[in-house]
Write a protein that binds this ligand. Structure first.
Ligand code: HEC
Ligand code: HEC
Length: 372
């Protein structure tokens, strides 16, 4: 398809889907309202807030290969806002409305990262995984600016606790009882995604886009070398599907209505969302450099080893549940013993058998190995 036809195809898709949405409903239900632009002060703090917003919406030109940093912090060509849509203000597209409060020091313990994730660590988790890059300096001007932007977003909160804000994270979908099917997903991808994200998953790149004119995605890469790596939350099927189901195909809703009326108005059925996401995640992408330390051998604040909390749909092999683990449950898994479940079961589900083994082992561990 030439570029002109591609644009027509996209325009038709947008027109055909626009009418299915209720206007004016934003998914936050009044618990959070995007602060007005005029509330950004005309001083140094205001400059920081605007710089922070630029970093997360034009990431390639400011932190990536199109920036002046050698080597760049961000490793792919995405912007943070390709997933955290509308500058991180769209409901059910990982909005940043509550980040400043939710991850206030000391942060929240993460069994994956094996540490308390405060705001800086949480941002750097996405830098290393979603952006396939390296951590930003903890107290550097870039991190400080992103936090200033998040703090400004938090001024829009209209309820007494961040836990009451609606529309945060992504919409959860119930698991399917069958495995997600990447072969069926390939057909759906061709029909509903390829016009924008392209057959090779590489998206459509405007070579002159962005602040420095170094290029910016019109439609971002969903797989291939310019996309997120396999350590990213988005890569795990149960997380990826929630994004796809609530937000794609793009233009099915004005981004501010993303997440609303999903069951009745989604252009994807739940089964289609699972299968097409399975297809996207079955394609090549960068490999996370630090897989061996995810859900590793350290212990969480509850005394349980982090490997027992490895989520069932994390498909990289280290510390998979091992066949002989139950024989010696208080000791770390014996990696010479074969994985109990196939990689494809971890990747595509259904996850019931894995989850029931993990919960049994967790109960056994608590009973047998934690000395009161
Ligand atoms: C490829 C998609 C993608 C990109 C790009 C991305 N993120 Fe994320 N981000 C996610 C997903 C998915 C989650 C939720 C992870 C989970 O639930 O495991 C998340 C979570 C977060 C959170 C926590 C939100 C919450 O409500 O707890 C913050 C903060 C965040 N990302 C910041 C960033 C920043 C800053 C960037 C750019 C440097 C970025 N992200 C780039 C997908 C992405
Ligand atoms: C009309 C064009 C269009 C269509 C069709 C479309 N997308 Fe997207 N997609 C986008 C845009 C634009 C973004 C980035 C959103 C932003 O920056 O606000 C995006 C973001 C994404 C992302 C997160 C960012 C990334 O690069 O990984 C995923 C995953 C994704 N789309 C998957 C899909 C899937 C699966 C389909 C088919 C069911 C689909 N999209 C259909 C335009 C489209």
């Amino acid at each position: 398809m030439n570029k002109f036809l591609k644009l027509i195809a996209v325009a038709l898709l947008l027109i055909s889907t626009a009418s299915t949405y209720a206007a004016g409903v934003d998914g936050f239900e009044g618990t959070w309202v995007k602060p007005d632009e005029s509330t950004i002060p005309a001083n140094a703090l205001g400059d920081q807030i605007r710089y922070g917003r630029e970093l997360v919406t034009d990431t390639y030109n400011t932190l990536g290969g199109g920036s002046d940093f050698m080597p760049p912090y961000s490793g792919n060509k995405l912007s943070c806002s390709n997933c955290h849509m509308d500058d991180g203000t769209a409901a059910y597209a990982g909005p940043w409305s509550i980040v400043a409060l939710k991850y206030a020091d000391p942060g929240i313990y993460s069994a994956r990262e094996q540490l308390y994730r405060n705001r800086q660590w949480r941002i750097n988790g996405c830098m290393e995984r979603s952006m396939d890059g390296v951590a930003l300096p903890y107290d550097g001007p870039e991190m400080t600016a992103i936090l200033a932007y998040f703090d400004w977003l938090a001024t829009g909160m209209k309820v007494t606790s961040h836990t009451l804000v609606k529309g945060t994270g992504f919409l959860n979908l119930p698991d399917m009882t069958r495995a997600a099917d990447p072969v069926r997903g390939a057909v759906i991808y061709k029909e509903k995604c390829e016009a924008c994200h392209q057959a090779d998953g590489g998206g459509v790149w405007d070579p002159d886009g962005g602040k420095n004119g170094k290029g910016k995605f019109i439609y971002p890469a969903v797989f291939g070398p310019d996309s997120f790596n396999d350590g990213a939350g988005m890569y795990r099927l149960r997380t990826g599907v929630t994004f796809v189901y609530s937000n794609m195909p793009y233009g099915r809703a004005d981004a501010s209505t993303a997440g609303v009326l999903k069951d009745t108005s989604s252009l994807l059925s739940q089964a289609d969302a699972w299968d097409v996401t399975a297809y996207v995640m079955s394609q090549p992408r960068p490999v996370f450099y630090n897989q061996l330390n995810d859900w590793g051998l350290l212990y969480g604040p509850d005394g349980l080893p982090n490997y027992l909390k490895k989520v069932a749909d994390a498909d990289y092999p280290h510390l998979y549940p091992r066949a002989n683990y139950a024989d010696n449950i208080c000791a770390p898994p014996d990696l010479s013993s074969p994985p109990l479940f196939a990689k494809t079961l971890h990747k595509y589900g259904p996850w019931t058998s894995i989850n029931s083994v993990l919960s049994k082992w967790t109960a056994d561990y608590k009973a047998l190995c934690i000395v009161p």
